[in-house]
Design a protein around this ligand. Structure first.
Ligand SMILES: *[C@@H]1O[C@H](CO)[C@@H](O)[C@H](O)[C@H]1NC(C)=O
Ligand SMILES: *[C@@H]1O[C@H](CO)[C@@H](O)[C@H](O)[C@H]1NC(C)=O
Ligand SMILES: *[C@@H]1O[C@H](CO)[C@@H](O)[C@H](O)[C@H]1NC(C)=O
Length: 230
């Protein structure tokens, strides 16, 4: 009875005023605090001085690791990151988008496949849809709850921490050190620029050990026949 009465009062309140306060989402901090389960990310954002920036921005989309996700990070790894302000800023900045990316929040899962949005620090965040396991992921991290409304945008709860890319495909292959043959063949085939400028590329990258298994005659042939190599 009491609940019915208060529901009635609420209905009246909403009916009687143009703006129904109960349907207005709070700001990022208020909304996530109300929901619970985001204590850690809120504390990290606040500590890094980013929480106020996000609360004041026009349009935000935040990929927010849940407390469960952060609890799974080994303590020493977490300490190493929180003890390095530059690295922490980079990782947290990678979890925020400061543009209106409405398509990300609407329904219509197909539209999301392979969608790329740029983070606040201008690094790509790729969304993928995995229909067979009913999952949508941001940079391979599962989105466990989509499009939580906050006053100036949306939050997607994620089940892990997204690691900012450390370079493009060629830079990563070079830095890795075990793709020297591939990198040199790509260079002689003149494909480096094409790979660097394609924002949508997947490379199946044989490592040096794989190339070492190739018949030397094949390698020699390819190196002297750039068109076939390409
Ligand atoms: C991703 O999260 C959704 C929503 O919680 C869940 O249904 C799905 O099983 C999760 N997928 C994976 C691969 O963990
Ligand atoms: C995003 O910003 C545009 C203008 O910059 C504004 O029209 C729109 O309402 C904003 N969206 C949200 C969700 O605040
Ligand atoms: C990536 O590929 C998808 C699907 O072909 C396409 O819709 C999208 O525009 C491409 N994105 C970029 C940045 O090239």
């Amino acid at each position: 009875m009491r609940m019915l009465a208060s529901l009635g009062a609420l209905a009246l309140l909403c009916f009687g005023s143009v703006m129904c306060q109960d349907t207005m989402p709070g700001d990022l901090e208020a909304e996530l605090t109300k929901r619970g389960g985001f204590t850690q990310i809120l504390a990290l954002l606040k500590g890094a001085g980013l929480l106020d920036t996000l609360k004041m921005a026009d349009n935000i989309t935040v990929f927010a690791p849940t407390d469960d996700a952060i609890a799974r990070i080994p303590a020493d790894t977490l300490a190493a990151v929180t003890g390095n302000p530059t690295e922490l800023q980079k990782i947290l900045g990678y979890h925020a988008v400061l543009k209106d990316v409405t398509a990300l929040h609407r329904n219509g899962i197909n539209r999301l496949q392979d969608k790329v949005v740029m983070s606040s620090n201008n690094l790509p965040i790729r969304i993928n849809v995995y229909k067979s396991v009913h999952s949508i992921a941001a940079e391979g991290v599962n989105i466990t709850e989509r499009a939580i409304r906050v006053s100036n945008g949306y939050v997607h709860a994620i089940d892990g921490v997204m690691m900012p890319p450390t370079g493009d495909i060629v830079e990563i292959a070079v830095a890795d050190g075990s793709f020297t043959t591939l990198v040199s063949l790509l260079t002689s085939a003149g494909l480096v620029d094409a790979i660097k400028s394609d924002m949508n590329i997947t490379v199946f990258a044989p490592n040096d050990a794989a190339f070492a298994k190739l018949d030397p005659q094949v390698t020699a042939y390819l190196t002297s026949h750039p068109e076939d190599l390409k």
